[in-house]
Structure formats: structure tokens, C-alpha cells
Ligand binder design. Structure first.
Ligand SMILES: [Fe+2]
Length: 298
């Protein structure tokens, strides 16, 4: 019982800001700070999650990226937008995750360890206010990148951006955004909820430099000195959380190119799997620096 209390109450509320440098900019470019949030799965009662999220604006990010699964309750949109608060006044980008569309279904929390959640919504119609959620973010000026491309200024950087809807439920339509990224842009940034290798391969083939994703919750229930047991998607457990490369460092490059990949550990969990172990929730502040700089991670 004490163990369940730890994983469901204590660690699930041990919000942690992770920081890492990403050496992805050209020589001489001025660095920018990108705040990556994901997987809040917000319900109105998660007051600690909301109050911690509201503190993130003090980091003064140049860009905010939300890689989806923001809500888990029909009434959660106003609470999620309220938790973002002044972050909405900053440049921002978002994609949806499956849980922005479908309300959570009761399940054994441990099931996460042995099967994918991809079919959880197979017989359901979208029943969460995903359009209201998106409208709230776009009204603030954030770019909707669900199967869309765009351009955004962050700091002094002119950034080409593209994203796909959630591949985990087959709503990704990469063909709608396909094509070489602009080599004249200062950065080419790709977004997706679930880090599925076939989608990432296409971003890399089109010349994208940095890919941001969520969905894995960092493994959510991990073993000390071992790490994640599952990823709940096509990526390997070595890249389930934090900064890595795609293709992975031990794989051949694609079309002469290897992108940086950041996978968020996420702010929350499904209300029906309210546990975390050796994988505290939180957000990440990525500092993008020139490629000549040494990458740092924690
Ligand atoms: Fe999630």
C-alpha cells in the first residue's frame, strides 16, 4: 500500500525541469531556449500539475512546443489553457495526441507494461473537446502543426516547422507536408506526438534537424539501473526519454543526415494509470546552440 502511495501520489507529483543543450544551429547563431511540454493528460483536480506548469514562464523561453495529450477530461480545456497562462503570449507550436480526442478508458495500470494503447480507441468516436483546445492555442497565436507546415520566428531565428497528427492512431498524413525543408531557414523543426520511426525517417529524409515528440512518458514505470521497460510505440527503450539522434547513433545515417531527437517524459499520466516509478514527470528546457558547441544532457 505504501508502494502504491509512492508511485501514484509522491513521484507522480515530483515535477522536474530537465535541461539540455542541443548543438543544432549554424556557426555564429545566437542560442534560443525551447520549452518542450507534453502529455499533461489534465483533469480539473490536478492542481499541483497546473501550478507547477504555471511557473515555467519564469524560464523566459523563446519558443514553447506542446507535443500533445494535453487533456483527459471534457472540462479540462480551460484548466489547461489557464495552466499555460503567460506561456501563451510566447511563440508556440502544437500537435495533438490521441488522448486529446478520446476520453480515457478504465484499464489495469500495469497493462501499460505489456501491450500497446494503439487500439484503446478503436471503437470510439472522438469525445473530448480537441477543437476547443486547439482553438484556444491558435487564438493565442500558436501554430497548429497537425499535418501542416509553417514558419515561425523565435529569438533571432527564422524556423521552418512541420508536424503530423498522432501516428499512434494513424492520423498522421506525412504526404500532406512532404518535401525538402528550406535550407535557407536557420532551423528545420519537426513535431509529432508518438515518435514512430517511419515518420521520423521521412522528416530526416526531408532535411529536418530537430524532432520533438512525447507519448512515451519516459517509460513511466522504470527499473533502477535499467531504465524503461516499454515505450508504447516503435522507438527503442534507449531513446524513450530525453535527447538522442534519429537514426540512432549506432544506425546508418539517412540520406547523409542524422537529426536530433528529443522525447519528453511528460507532465502527467492517464487518470487510469496514475503511477510513475524512477521516471518523474516534468518538462524540458532545450537550449539550441551552434553545432560546434558540446552537447550537454542531464
Ligand atoms: Fe500521453
Amino acid at each position: 500500500m505504501a508502494g502504491f502511495g509512492y508511485v501514484s501520489v509522491i513521484e507522480r507529483n515530483m515535477f522536474r525541469l530537465r535541461r539540455c543543450d542541443v548543438p543544432v544551429l549554424r556557426d555564429g547563431a545566437r542560442s534560443i531556449r525551447v520549452l518542450h511540454i507534453s502529455d499533461a493528460h489534465l483533469t480539473p483536480g490536478r492542481r499541483r500539475l497546473m501550478s507547477w506548469t504555471r511557473t515555467l514562464d519564469t524560464l523566459a523561453p523563446d519558443l514553447v512546443v506542446n507535443t500533445g495529450d494535453s487533456i483527459a477530461h471534457p472540462a479540462a480545456v480551460k484548466y489547461f489553457l489557464g495552466a499555460l497562462g503567460p506561456l501563451l503570449e510566447r511563440p508556440g507550436l502544437f500537435v495533438y495526441g490521441s488522448n486529446d480526442l478520446y476520453s480515457p478508458v478504465p484499464k489495469n495500470p500495469a497493462r501499460y507494461l505489456w501491450r500497446t494503447s494503439a487500439t484503446d480507441h478503436a471503437r470510439m468516436m472522438p469525445d473530448l473537446p480537441w477543437a476547443e483546445l486547439g482553438a484556444g492555442m491558435t487564438a493565442a497565436g500558436w501554430l497548429d502543426l497537425n499535418n501542416r507546415r509553417g514558419r515561425i520566428k523565435a529569438g533571432e531565428l527564422d524556423i521552418e516547422v512541420a508536424g503530423v497528427h498522432d501516428a499512434h492512431i494513424h492520423r498522421d498524413r506525412y504526404d500532406q507536408i512532404a518535401g525538402p525543408a528550406d535550407p535557407a531557414a536557420d532551423l528545420r523543426l519537426g513535431l509529432m506526438h508518438s515518435p514512430e520511426p517511419p515518420v521520423m525517417d521521412r522528416f530526416v529524409a526531408d532535411g529536418f534537424d530537430l524532432l520533438l515528440a512525447g507519448h512515451t512518458h519516459g517509460g513511466q514505470v522504470c527499473l533502477p539501473a535499467h531504465g524503461a521497460l516499454v515505450t508504447n510505440c516503435g522507438i527503442d527503450t534507449a531513446r524513450v526519454n530525453g535527447l538522442s539522434r534519429h537514426p540512432a547513433a549506432d544506425q546508418p545515417v539517412l540520406d547523409g543526415h542524422r537529426a536530433w531527437l528529443h522525447v519528453s517524459a511528460g507532465l502527467g499520466t492517464s487518470p487510469w494509470a496514475p503511477v510513475r516509478f524512477c521516471c518523474p514527470p516534468g518538462a524540458t528546457l532545450l537550449t539550441l546552440v551552434p553545432a560546434t558547441s558540446e552537447g550537454r544532457r542531464d
